[in-house]
Structure formats: C-alpha cells, structure tokens
Design a binder for this molecule. Structure first.
Ligand SMILES: Cc1ncc(COP(=O)(O)O)c(C=O)c1O
Length: 456
C-alpha cells in the first residue's frame, strides 16, 4: 500500500486524540511497566495503512507504555517533557530539516547554544554543539581531549592514529559512559585511574589527585570531574581543580549531565564555582531541562581541535559546509534537536526553568529530612542537589532490596537501586517538571504503607 497525502489528516486526528488521552492518564499509568515474553514478528509483505497500523500498535503495545514522563518516576535522572518542548519536538518531525544543511537549523542552534551558556553560566570562551545524550557529549569531549594530548606530544592522533597507550585519565566517580567513551576512542578503559574520594562522599580527594599528577608530571593527562554523581548527586571541588590546573598539564573535562543545572538556584550555584576553568563540559538536555529524548549539550574551549577530530575528509560535495556542525560532531545528518530546547528557553525563560530546579531540590531536601528522622530508614549521604540515597536500617526484618521491590510493585512510583560505597542502596531522584509537593506527600505515605505491609 503506497502512502497517500490524505493520511496526514488522519494521522493528525489520531495524534490529537492519543495525546490528550496519554497526557491525561500520565498520573495513573504505572511509571515502569515490565514487559516479558517473546516479540511476535508480524508479516509486513502487505501494508495495512495508517489507521490500521495505529490500531495494531495500540493492541500490541499500547498498554505497555510506562509513564516515565509522569510526576511519580523517581528512577535514574530522566526528566519528563514540558508542553513547550513537546510542541518543539512535534514541529521538529513536521519540518524534518536535515541539520546542518539548512541555514535556519544552524542559526537557531547557535542562538540556543548561546542562551544555554547564559543559563549555565558558561563563559564566552566555550563553543557548543548538540548531540544525542551525555554519553555522546562525553565521547566527543574526550575525543577532543585525546587530540589535545597528542598535540602536547607533537602527535596528530586524528590523522595518524593512536601511537601511545600511555594516556592517563583520572576521575573519582565517573559515570559508566566515560569508560565506554575511552574504549571507543582508543585510549582504553584500563587507562582510567580511579582516584579516592573525600571520606563518605563521591567527590574527588584533590590531595590524592595531586599526588597522582606529581608522579607523572612530565606527561599530559585528562581529569574527568563530576558535577552531579549518579548515586548521590555529589560535586567535585572545581576551585581546587582550578588551582591544580595552574600547576599541572591536564585537560579538565566536567561531566555535568544533570549537575549543570545547579547554576539555576541561588542555593546551589556555589557547587559550580570556578567551573569555567574546564576545557570541556557535558550537560544533558533530556534530563533536567525536560525536553524529549534525545538531546544534550557539548561545550569546549578548543573548537579548532574539535574540528580536527570531526572534520569530513574526501567529500568535495560538503566543501560549502566547512564552518558547520557537520565538522564538529559524530553525525553528519542530524535531527533539528535545537528546536525543542529553543521552545523551552523562550517559553519558560531562566525564571521558569529555575523554578523547576528549585522545587525538585527542595523536594529532595524534604524527603531526605524525613528519611533521616524516620525510625527505619538511613540516609546514606547528604542531599546535595536532587538525589536522595538511602537504605533500610539493619534492625528491620526486611532488607533494602525487599523494600525497593515492594515499593516498585505498588506500580504507583518507580525508584532505582544503586551501590553506594559497597552497600546496596535506593535512590530517589527528582527531575520531572510536573512533580508537585502533593506528590511528595503521597510518596511519604506510600513509603510508610510499604513498611507497614512488610512488617505484618
Ligand atoms: C553523570 C552522568 N553522565 C552521563 C550520563 C549518560 O547520559 P545519557 O544517558 O544521556 O547518555 C548520565 C546518565 O544518567 C549521568 O548521570
């Protein structure tokens, strides 16, 4: 069956109805629906048309969609989708501009990146791009760092390949995407040296880092610092790292996938003091900015090195695009992912975005205090930002794992486990724009009820 223009109208009707339906149920659909069993592969030799396809989809998959964008999803750090961002995303598909082949995509992306720099207090020395997520942003930034290391050794790794396996990368609590990136870019996972943290925290011990840097002070290295660790939302001390940078020759990359938003609240801004001393910064948009997947910012002060790594070679048909995002990121053809961010920025402004961040952080403090005062839970780390990490007291007759399982089995909320300093723990992460203080009251009620059920 060939496509027909009439189907657009039908598609819009379906989208309108389905959107209203899904968005109104977002609070009652379970936040994490488990789907077990084999995938049944349908014969596609004959097309069935748009309407039938939607009916088929609803029948096969419709009741398996989780409300991950709803207010009660507290797992990982994933955010939801604001109305403005959703509109921007719908329009991105409608216009289907191949970025960077049309001027409008470039101009709007550049404007969006400049506005992002203001939101995050990132200095004018940095230039940015948009990529699909913090993993790819870390990857791009570490690939630029690799090119920088090469230059320090009078090597051109982008052109000649890796000819040294002695590139040291230091970090205290790196996200798993860092070692994945090191594997992809040929530095190798084993060259990641874990530096000890400050006692009972996830922040790097800068004295220990200095000792490591001293050992190899003639070789350039890379330090991956963290602004918002996954387990506890902890931050490295960027003022101390700035001082070390004045003494030692290293590239400083900051993974601020969600911690970059600390700049949005007067109470948390200090956590990012001196962070402009970095060489590169990663910030996710699809997490706390609450834009749809997939979207992240990538910033660096070394744009010329970035273009050495990502430039297209042997493609005369791309010559007119030399000054373009096409030579700065892994993808050539890209989705116009600046549009949903631009819609968010104009619609809500820094004041609206800050309100979300402040509210989420205040919720984390309140539930952290409640846990700290409760007779059966133990708060495992100070609440620095939006993450609360806790376990069940050893005096209870049920374990932390049993408690988490029972919480998630209510299908009312969803939380994820972690391992914090060798101990199994639960994390509650606040990153959804639509989570209200009334949801917090419901959450506390649920945490109490689950405990009562488990002791009965
Ligand atoms: C600190 C940090 N870095 C990187 C990532 C990877 O982000 P993404 O899943 O957007 O690639 C995450 C995701 O949770 C993160 O929290």
């Amino acid at each position: 069956m060939a496509p027909s223009k009439n189907e657009y109208q039908k598609g819009l009707e379906i989208l309108n109805k389905e959107s209203n339906d899904f968005l109104s149920k977002n609070q009652t659909i379970p936040p994490n629906i488990k789907v077990l069993g084999e995938t049944e592969i349908k014969d596609i030799s004959k097309g069935i048309g748009v309407e039938n396809t939607f009916s088929l989809f609803k029948k096969k998959y419709g009741n398996k969609i989780s409300a991950t964008t709803g207010p009660n999803y507290y797992g990982f750090v994933i955010g939801g989708t604001t109305p403005a961002a959703l509109l921007g995303d719908w329009l991105t598909s409608l216009y289907d501009q191949c970025s960077p082949l049309t001027d409008v995509t470039n101009i709007l992306e550049k404007e969006t990146l400049e506005q992002a720099k203001i939101l995050f207090n990132i200095s004018s020395e940095f230039k940015g791009t948009l990529v699909s997520g913090a993993t790819v942003s870390n990857l791009v930034n570490l690939a630029i760092a690799r090119q920088w290391i090469g230059k320090q050794m009078e090597l051109d790794i982008a052109n000649n390949g890796i000819v040294t396996n002695n590139i040291k990368v230091y970090s205290a609590t790196p996200h798993s995407s860092v070692s994945k990136s090191l594997s992809i870019i040929g530095i190798g996972r084993d060259n990641l040296q874990i530096v000890k943290t400050v006692s009972k925290r996830e922040s790097i011990d800068t004295d220990q880092l200095e000792k490591e840097l001293q050992k190899d002070s003639n070789s350039p290295s890379i330090v991956v610092a963290n602004a918002g660790t996954v387990n506890t939302g902890d931050f490295d001390d960027f003022s101390a790292l700035k001082k070390l940078k004045e003494k030692y020759n290293f590239w400083l990359h900051i993974d601020a996938a969600f911690g970059g938003f600390a700049n949005c609240t007067s109470k948390h801004k200090y956590l990012l003091n001196s962070w402009n001393c970095a060489d590169s910064i990663t910030i996710d948009a699809h997490k706390w900015l609450n834009v749809p997947y997939d979207s992240a910012f990538q910033f660096t002060k070394h744009i010329h090195l970035q273009s050495q790594v990502f430039q297209n070679g042997n493609a005369p048909y791309l010559d007119s695009l030399t000054d373009s995002f096409i030579n700065l990121v892994p993808e050539n053809s890209r989705r116009w992912r600046a549009l949903p961010i631009w819609f968010s920025f104009q619609s809500y402004g820094i004041d609206g975005i800050s309100e979300i961040i402040e509210r989420n952080c205040e919720m984390a403090v309140q539930i952290g205090n409640w846990i700290d005062e409760s007779e059966f839970l133990i708060l495992m780390a100070e609440v620095k930002l939006n993450i609360v990490c806790f376990k069940v007291s050893e005096e209870m007759e049920f374990s932390t794992a049993m408690y988490l399982k029972a919480i998630n089995e209510t299908n009312k909320v969803f939380m994820t486990p972690t391992n914090f300093q060798g101990e199994y723990a639960i994390r509650i992460a606040f990153s959804n724009w639509s989570t209200e203080f009334s949801d917090l009251n419901d959450l506390i009620k649920l945490l109490r009820e689950v405990k009562v059920r488990l002791v009965q």
